[in-house]
Design a protein around this ligand. Structure first.
Ligand SMILES: [Zn+2]
Length: 336
């Protein structure tokens, strides 16, 4: 039996449109009053955007309703769906804890509130009826201050039970202005022994070779094989894995056709660079992980053997998978 590992999923983008619609109906009907019926809302929520910035705007809609009080509601439904419909055995959930704290508070007060968010996400992710191994990745954010981002790393260090890594998100075109800060933040994370990933080489504006060596995994990274394939041997040597999220690039206008990903997979396989196939925002896209797999097969981007190699890579590069084997090898004996 195939059970899967998901390495790149945002808490904000993980709410499927139906769950969000029901939540609004029950708690905040005014927010959806401009939509006549569910289908209109789903269309608004899931339709492609022109740029990564426009796409990220949409996250703020969900962030605004994911508070201390409501997080358990959303996470319970997330795990239920992931277990029932996606066959997930392992899930790394990422988000920026600062953006889940009340906006009216001062920066210092919001920093202090972040620990509570991590705790609630951690506790809510333990659902005995839907047993999935989960862990959190805390995202630094390209629009947040150095102090907040450093506090996010400290929080990761203090919560190893719930947190497996840090990330940087929020739009990769904005790193440039503060590159020294990002490098010092990643150095700081490494000094504390924290695992690292980062949204990098996602769009043409996000290609910063100077940041690459600090990442254990690369969030997206598709522009490396597409535009800078000469970097692939070094990435293979460092054992870095690309977290490729196929549907995202169509929703953000980064790619025009999913078949453009064939070059990404071909060049990575050839160079010996591992790829984990992920959803990024399964809810926002309304595309669950098995359908990401199936799409890649349908469009002849990869074959079954390559798909399985990617699925195995996901478990190998998982930051908090507690077993030495992937679940298929554990289950096969039982089912025979
Ligand atoms: Zn992402």
């Amino acid at each position: 039996m195939a059970l899967y590992a998901e390495l790149h999923r945002h808490l904000g983008g993980s709410v499927v449109p139906r769950v969000l619609w029901r939540y609004f109906q029950r708690h905040n009907a005014e927010l959806i009053s401009r939509f006549g019926e569910y289908a209109e809302f789903e269309d608004f929520y899931t339709r492609p955007r022109n740029t990564l910035d426009e796409y990220l705007e949409l996250h703020t809609l969900v962030e605004s309703v994911q508070t201390v009080e409501t997080l358990p509601y959303f996470i319970y439904r997330l795990l239920r769906g992931a277990y029932i419909f996606e066959n997930l055995a392992y899930l790394e959930l990422r988000y920026t804890p600062y953006l889940r704290t009340p906006e009216h508070l001062s920066q210092g007060e919001r920093i202090d509130k972040m620990a509570e968010i991590v705790d609630i996400v951690g506790k809510s992710s333990y659902v005995p009826d839907y047993p999935i191994v989960t862990s959190q990745i805390l995202c630094m954010h390209s629009r947040l201050s150095f102090e907040v981002n450093k506090a996010i790393i400290d929080l990761a260090a203090q919560n190893r039970k719930y947190v497996c890594a840090i990330d940087v998100a929020g739009g990769d075109r904005y790193y440039d202005e503060r590159m020294e800060e990002w490098i010092s933040l990643y150095n700081y994370a490494h000094s504390l022994g924290i695992n690292t990933t980062g949204h990098l080489y996602e769009t043409k504006d996000g290609c910063y070779p100077e940041l690459l060596p600090y990442l254990m995994r690369i969030g997206h990274g598709i522009q490396v094989p597409l535009l800078y394939p000469e970097l692939l041997p070094e990435i293979a040597r460092r054992g870095q894995c690309l977290e490729v999220c196929p549907t995202t690039y169509l929703k953000t206008g980064t790619l025009q056709d999913i078949r453009q990903l064939k070059l990404v997979f071909d060049r990575c396989f050839e160079a010996g660079v591992d790829i984990a196939i992920c959803t990024d925002n399964a809810g926002l896209h309304n595309v669950r992980l098995p359908f990401e797999y199936e799409n890649l097969l349908t469009y002849d981007i990869i074959n079954f053997q390559q798909l399985q190699a990617c699925q195995e890579a996901a478990f190998r590069h998982a930051f908090a998978w507690p077993h030495s084997q992937r679940p298929a090898s554990l289950l096969t004996g039982l089912l025979r």
